[in-house]
Design a protein around this ligand. Structure first.
Ligand SMILES: *[C@@H]1O[C@H](CO)[C@@H](O)[C@H](O)[C@H]1NC(C)=O
Ligand SMILES: *[C@@H]1O[C@H](CO)[C@@H](O)[C@H](O)[C@H]1NC(C)=O
Length: 393
């Protein structure tokens, strides 16, 4: 039991996504990573189906970038990016891995053994997010949050375990037991308050170019499922941008349209982002609307997509491709290099398909689903946190 209790504390990472741009009307042309709080966190998701079956997943994150994956069977850490080791030595990384191996070996067993004592009801999921945040010019901040069944359950603050407000007597009981183990608290505090900030400083320096990478968004518009008779759902898709902060609105001239609905910013598989912003309007009023995108990579030149242009452009592209096809079929036998034309045209194909599937978000990987599920319980917490830090800027 003691080991198990200690293990959560051993986690070296903490969660602290970057502040969301929500509420900030203009992200400004430059969004330097150095001005933002930086965080490293470790995520753990443990699912328990019954007394004999559980599954554990662990991952490490520098801000929004996944840097590590833990193979819970072998207990080995996979370093996902060339700079994922930061500037820690091989020995130091091995000792951290040993701690994680012990943790992942012990914790699930302890949870299973004590499931009835703490009235845990199968099937259940435990999520733990732990790590540290560096605020420029300030002391680092450590944190560890635990969730049970997707809701806040407990946290480790200062030097003690605290039940989350509203988590009930179950969380109070777990914290009461955890607080008896001084050793676990020591280990947790050391990992979160000393090891984590050191690791974060090193990995942030090593991954600087990744964090500051500027990739321009592409944007297109489409029609969503009709919200009702005589109404249109305009959908603006913005994809492939980095870093994450972005501003997207439906506008008429310089006027932001009230009722613009923004979805979650979803990860693409190539470590860029995707966002979908919709507007429900009367069909007659759609004319003249534009989707406007501000992003740090655009150097102040906003991307503007006209709603009206949407019908014409894909049709023209379609027509051009069909003409090319016909030409190829007709003149093909005479024209040795027909494959060259295909190469030129094919990049347009995915864009053509998109307006037909207006209601479907276009992730580049199925993996984002899992990612979203993993992060969902943390979202509200960090959204709030992001707003607080934004208001301080
Ligand atoms: C436990 O859950 C797993 C996964 O759902 C299932 O395959 C297994 O049969 C279950 N075992 C028992 C004893 O219910
Ligand atoms: C790692 O890098 C950080 C930040 O650059 C530095 O403060 C620390 O001393 C370095 N640690 C080692 C072991 O080189």
């Amino acid at each position: 039991m003691l080991l198990l209790l200690l293990l959560p504390l051993l986690f070296k990472g903490i969660l602290c996504p970057w502040p969301s741009p929500e509420g900030k009307e203009n992200p400004g042309p430059h969004h330097l990573a150095g001005e933002e709080p930086l965080s490293f966190h470790m995520l753990q998701i443990s699912s328990f189906a019954n007394r004999s079956w559980e599954n554990n997943q662990g991952s490490g994150w520098l801000g929004e970038v996944q840097t590590h994956r833990l193979d819970s069977v072998s207990g080995t850490i996979s370093y996902l990016l060339p700079w994922s080791r930061g500037n820690f030595s091989k020995e130091e990384l091995e000792s951290i891995q040993a701690v994680l191996q012990l943790y992942f070996h012990t914790l699930p067993r302890e949870v299973q053994v004590h499931s009835s004592q703490f009235q845990l009801e199968y099937p259940f999921v435990i999520q733990i997010s732990s790590g540290c945040t560096l605020h420029p010019g300030k002391a680092s901040e450590a944190f560890l949050y635990g969730a049970y069944q997707g809701s806040d359950f407990l946290s480790f603050q200062g030097y003690s375990w605290k039940p989350s407000p509203g988590a009930g007597s179950r969380a109070q009981n777990v914290c009461k037991v955890l607080n008896r183990y001084r050793v676990i608290k020591e280990v947790a505090r050391n990992l979160l308050s000393y090891t984590c900030p050191r690791f974060l400083a090193g990995i942030a320096a090593a991954g600087k170019s990744e964090l500051e990478r500027q990739v321009k968004p592409e944007a297109w518009v489409s029609k969503g499922a009709s919200p009702g008779p005589g109404r249109l759902l305009l959908v603006c898709h913005v994809s492939g941008f980095h870093p994450k902060p972005v501003w997207v609105r439906w506008m008429r001239g310089e006027q932001v349209q009230p009722g613009t609905q923004q979805g979650d910013i979803l990860p693409n598989a190539d470590r860029t982002w995707y966002l979908r912003v919709t507007l429900d309007v009367a069909a007659r009023e759609a004319t003249g609307l534009t989707c406007r995108v501000k992003h740090s990579s655009l150097g102040g030149h906003d991307l503007i997509i006209h709603w009206d242009g949407y019908h014409i452009l894909p049709m023209l592209t379609c027509l051009a491709i069909m003409v090319t096809l016909v030409v190829l079929i007709v003149v093909g036998p005479w024209f040795q290099k027909q494959s060259f034309n295909w190469t030129v045209c094919s990049p347009h194909a995915p864009k053509l398909a998109l307006p037909m599937e207006a209601n479907i978000q276009q992730p580049r990987s199925l993996g984002h689903q899992l990612y979203l599920a993993q992060k969902s319980w943390m979202k509200n917490r960090f959204l709030k946190k992001g707003k607080i830090s934004l208001s301080k800027l």
